[in-house]
Design a protein around this ligand. Structure first.
Ligand code: ADE
Length: 247
């Protein structure tokens, strides 16, 4: 039962590759995949690529070509909801595509052919990720770069779209429109909903954890770059290892 660990960024993947036992690099669909073991469990490491299409292709390859049993995604996201701050962690309960709009043929945000707006994550895997994140924020994985403030683990809805959200008005508008339609979104990123949809197609359990790198506002690009360099990779490493020990 191989677990695929999808990373959004090379910086996050590098620390996992460094820890991989019996590492073997494979190429498929123009991508590199790393097969091996983490904490004695079989894993396949992959980069999602950026955006929904790249992530969907990677997820499809993981299932169709490599036959993985489950997919776990680690990455960063912009905080949208109030109180979801840089350094916090969001464990996804479900994903939606904030740039899906086939109205008036279908309700706004509904994915045609699926009769749904939200794609749920696997509850058991999500609980394991919440525990791993809690451990990381409170204990061994805590990073001095994040200061002394208390960082929180959130659990809820995450929105994906082919856009880096980087202005306060856009973030506010997105958050408000979704909230008014009954979709209180915690964070925004660019891949998770696509992977969730592929996993639903193949009946594969999927879960995702996103560390908040920015507030999707006017300073998002600078905050993002700094965060990726200083924090993202070590967070991902701690959380994935904690998860693998409990799987
Ligand atoms: N990933 C991290 N921050 C993001 C943002 N502000 N918008 C989209 N994806 C992100």
């Amino acid at each position: 039962m191989t677990t695929a660990i999808l990373s959004a960024l090379p910086e996050e993947q590098a620390s996992l590759i460094a820890r991989l036992e019996r590492a073997q690099r494979l190429t498929h669909a123009g991508r590199s995949f790393w097969k091996g073991e983490l904490c004695g469990r079989p894993v396949l490491l992959a980069l999602s690529g950026i955006g929904k299409v790249a992530a969907a292709t990677t997820a499809t390859a993981l299932v169709e070509h490599f036959g993985v049993a489950r997919i776990v995604f680690t990455g960063v996201a912009g905080g949208l909801a109030e109180g979801v701050n840089v350094g916090d962690v969001v464990v996804a309960q479900a994903f939606l595509q904030h740039d899906m709009d086939a109205s008036p043929l279908f309700p706004r945000w509904e994915v045609p052919g699926y009769a749904r707006t939200r794609f749920d994550c696997d509850a058991r895997l999500a609980t394991l990720l919440q525990d791993a994140a809690g451990n990381c924020l409170s204990g061994a994985g805590r990073l001095p770069e994040l200061g002394d403030g208390a960082h929180r683990v959130h659990h809820g809805l995450v929105a994906s779209g082919d856009r880096f959200v980087s202005s306060a008005p856009e973030a506010q508008q997105l958050s408000q429109a979704l909230q008014e339609a009954g979709h209180p979104v915690l964070a925004v990123e660019m891949e998770g909903a696509a992977v969730a949809q592929v996993c639903l197609d193949y009946s594969i359990p999927f879960a995702a954890i996103r560390t908040i790198s920015d507030r999707a506002d006017d300073t998002a690009h600078a905050d993002f770059a700094h965060f990726v360099q200083t924090v993202a990779s070590r967070y991902a490493e701690h959380m994935v290892q904690a998860l693998m020990r409990t799987l």
